[in-house]
Design a binder for this molecule. Structure first.
Ligand code: ZN
Length: 310
């Protein structure tokens, strides 16, 4: 069994409009844009990262905004809900804030004993706020949301699956412990995690497979401390029969990817080196940063990207 996973690292989704996406996550939700770069496989598209003050693993929501891309169709084989942690008793504040800013809200409910407010991002992104107690993660407070109510990072995520058996087995192998069951959903928890500790598996037999597009979650990344632990995890997965990519340098972390039996694309990402690798911690995300191979084409790349502020 793997014992090196410490919770989520980041979650990456698709968007249709960079400016709208940036405004929603930095202004409406009050997260910090901790990095502004491009998709390393398609440098004409931004890769925007939003998180807490330092962009700590377990707090980072990332987007590839493909201008004008068609909206995705939710279904099975993907992350079904991205859950952000907020302090207890703050959902009334968020209900009012999100409503005032035109977000589409779901009803308040309770999930595994915690109050939840579901809402949609600009592309129908399936998001929710979950009230959590004693979350020690520091919030970003320069985004117009004060520390007593601000998002702390991810609480977790849910997966929509035809059948949960194979993914349950995989999560257990990755060090998650099976928790309670509520209706068609089973909770898995990583012990001693970074705060982004839970994965909920939702069984949806008879539902069609998702079609990726704007608002869809592209992949979900799990955190390991360093490159050695990542190699250990990679070996354990390969030895179990998973087809895992080689280690890829993403500048701010190293990544490996594999497709899971339930259809969800998993990544394992390192906590090192972090987002202050190439810019001062006080100015994260302010300038467009390019990986070395694209730096010679900066002028052309910048000319093709929509400015994030009007
Ligand atoms: Zn990723």
């Amino acid at each position: 069994m793997i014992t090196d996973i410490t919770g989520l690292h980041h979650i990456t989704s698709l968007a249709s409009d960079a400016r709208l996406n940036n405004g929603f996550f930095t202004e409406t939700l009050g997260l910090r844009r901790v990095k502004q770069t491009v998709n390393f496989d398609d440098p004409n598209v931004y890769h925007l990262y939003y998180g807490n003050e330092g962009g700590t693993p377990g707090t980072v929501m990332t987007y590839f905004p493909f201008p004008g891309v068609t909206r995705g169709r939710p279904g099975i084989g993907e992350v079904g809900e991205i859950q952000f942690a907020v302090p207890k008793g703050t959902l009334a504040f968020w209900q009012e804030r999100l409503t005032a800013r035109g977000a589409k809200l779901g009803a308040l409910d309770t999930v595994f004993g915690a109050r939840r407010l579901r809402f949609s991002g600009p592309d129908g992104d399936p998001l929710s706020l979950i009230e959590t107690e004693d979350d020690a993660r520091p919030a970003w407070t320069d985004g117009g949301v004060s520390a007593d109510v601000a998002i702390r990072g991810f609480a977790g995520a849910s997966f929509n699956l035809h059948d949960t058996a194979a993914t349950s087995e995989l999560l257990s192998f990755m060090g998650y412990q099976k928790g309670e069951q509520q209706g068609d959903t089973t909770r898995f928890i990583i012990p001693g995690g970074n705060g982004a500790d839970t994965i909920d598996l939702k069984a949806m037999p008879g539902t069609a497979f998702n079609r990726q597009g704007a608002g869809s979650i592209h992949h979900i990344a799990f955190a390991v401390e360093n490159r050695q632990k990542q190699l250990d995890v990679r070996k354990a997965l390969v030895d179990t029969g998973y087809q895992v990519t080689p280690v890829i340098d993403r500048d701010y972390f190293w990544a490996i990817y594999f497709r899971t039996p339930g259809g969800v694309l998993f990544e394992i990402a390192t906590n090192e080196p972090g987002f202050d690798r190439d810019e001062d911690a006080a100015h994260l995300g302010e300038m467009l940063k390019l990986p070395a191979q694209y730096e010679p084409f900066r002028g052309q790349i910048e000319a093709g990207l929509t400015p994030l502020a009007a």
